[in-house]
Design a protein around this ligand. Structure first.
Ligand code: NOJ
Length: 479
């Protein structure tokens, strides 16, 4: 069985968070008893600190123990698709070095690790005959994590679809893939959930559907017209719902809108925008229906669905995971029918080492706050947050990734702010444990708090590893 958090447990947590906020306010009013204004703001006692990776990005061993091909094997081997011409064939050799990597997680002091399961290891053909050796790897990994006091959090789909399904039915273009996903989910759940109590279904739907099937810049790479793209997204939502029913799993996706200036009108506009701009996946999953706005906007391109499918898609979830990196939209209130106006980003808006990664720490405050309000969500995990950095090795052999530390300090401060106001964020998974295959950017963008030398496979902690270890140990952001 998967763990269920009792409402009571969470009421307690919320109470703690509220208490923390109240105590801070009292100190500021009275000036006595002495309150250290510089003391770092604490997180709730039960707050879950973690780190995250995904299968294709770290495992390597793509031809071992009966693993089938995934769409990313084929895509990365297609000339011109990956910026540095690399593939995930070897990656971090995590398939063989997982014990060493679990030791790295342990050294950070975190209590949770989010990894993903490679579907084509478990079902090389996507459906049909399972490959027990594939699942054995995750059994070994889970046992190693538990033996080291680290709680496993598994993601079922982090983009490595079996190529066989792509070839046979066009991948997510067909509801056959939704059904195959449910069977795979049920198979995995039956074998892992005695030890893995929390399962995420699909990672960043917006990205893999739009980039993979719409713009054709991620695997598998077709450029579908809008109607077919919307249908593919619907099949992912259906796959999610069927999987939840099979195992009582939970969704995760990319997040909502920020308000440009926090007037009540703009906050309301951001709530409306959050609902409408996420209506194609998170919205339909949490509401069991597409919004009128989405259906009107899509018109003839709207996905085709049955009432039964909507019921399946809307199966209740235990929590929502949000991957939070960059603000996607800033909005203001508008007289228009939509109720919001999406503002253009100035080209001078600052970004991190990855150009798409705009710096907006307040997004980790606003996105969970807005999502919790709009959909009445009780439990949120920040399933990913982090940044790439140049990560040069200094003359003394160290990596002084001060920009990553700056980024994390600011985002974590905003997350703490949200929690102190009662936003139900229960845990945080730093992306990523170690540098890895960053999809179309190959190994050129490094997101880890451990540096990886991809020639020797040596892993070396960056300065940010020490920063994060300190946050976790204090359960607070050091000043
Ligand atoms: C989110 C994706 O889930 C992950 O795979 C990727 O590496 C990070 N973003 C950074 O781009």
């Amino acid at each position: 069985m998967l763990a269920k958090f009792s409402r009571r447990g969470f009421a307690k947590l919320a109470g703690l968070a509220a208490l923390g906020a109240a105590a801070g306010a009292r100190g500021a009013e009275n000036d006595a008893p002495a309150v250290d204004r510089h003391a770092p703001a604490p997180f709730p006692k039960e707050f879950l600190w973690g780190t995250a990776t995904s299968s294709y990005q770290i495992e390597g061993a793509v031809n071992e123990d009966g693993r089938g091909k995934s769409i990313w094997d084929i895509f990365s081997h297609t000339p011109g698709k990956i910026e540095d011409g690399s593939t995930g064939d070897r990656a971090n050799e995590h398939y063989h070095r997982y014990k060493e990597d679990v030791a790295l997680i342990k050294a950070l002091g975190v209590k949770a690790y989010r990894f993903s399961i490679a579907w084509p290891r478990v079902f090389p053909e996507g459906t049909g005959q399972p490959n027990p050796k594939g699942l054995d790897f995750y059994n070994r990994l889970v046992d190693e994590l538990l033996a080291n006091g680290i709680t496993p959090y598994a993601t079922l789909y982090h983009w490595d679809l079996p190529q066989a399904l792509q070839d046979r039915v066009g991948g997510w273009q067909s509801s056959d893939t939704s059904k195959a996903f449910a069977d795979y989910a049920a198979y995995v759940a039956a074998r892992l959930t005695d030890r893995v109590k929390t399962v995420f279904t699909v990672n960043e739907v917006g990205r893999f559907v739009n980039f993979g099937y719409g713009w054709g810049i991620d695997a598998p790479g077709p450029k579908l017209p809008t109607a077919q793209l919307n249908q593919a997204r619907h099949h992912v939502a259906l796959g999610h719902g069927l999987a939840v029913q099979a195992i009582r799993a939970r969704p995760r996706t990319s997040p909502p809108a920020c308000r440009a200036i926090a007037t009540p009108d703009n906050i309301r506009a951001a709530e409306i925008a959050t609902r409408e701009l996420n209506a194609g996946f998170l919205g339909v999953v949490l509401e069991g229906k597409y919004t009128d706005g989405l259906l009107a906007y899509a018109g003839a391109d709207a996905p085709k669905f049955t009432p039964d499918e909507l019921k399946i898609i809307g199966t209740p979830n235990d929590f929502v995971g949000l991957n939070i990196y960059a603000p996607q939209f800033y909005v203001t209130a508008s007289e228009r029918a939509s109720g919001f106006h999406v503002l253009p980003f100035p080209t001078s808006f600052p970004h991190m080492n990855s150009e798409w990664l705009r710096i907006g720490p307040e997004v980790i405050y606003w996105a969970p706050r807005l999502a919790a309000k709009v959909w009445n969500i009780e439990n949120i995990y920040i399933s990913e947050n982090g940044t790439s950095s140049e990560d040069k090795i200094a003359a003394d052999g160290q990596v002084y990734d001060l920009d990553r530390i700056m980024f994390l300090r600011n985002y974590l401060t905003q997350m703490q702010r949200a929690i102190s106001e009662g936003v139900p964020i229960r845990g945080y998974f730093l992306w990523s444990l170690m540098d890895n295959f960053e999809w179309i950017f190959g190994y050129g963008k490094r997101f880890g708090v451990y540096r990886v030398d991809f020639e020797t496979q040596a892993r070396v902690p960056k300065l940010s590893a020490a920063f994060y270890r300190d946050v976790v140990a204090r359960n607070a952001i050091g000043v």
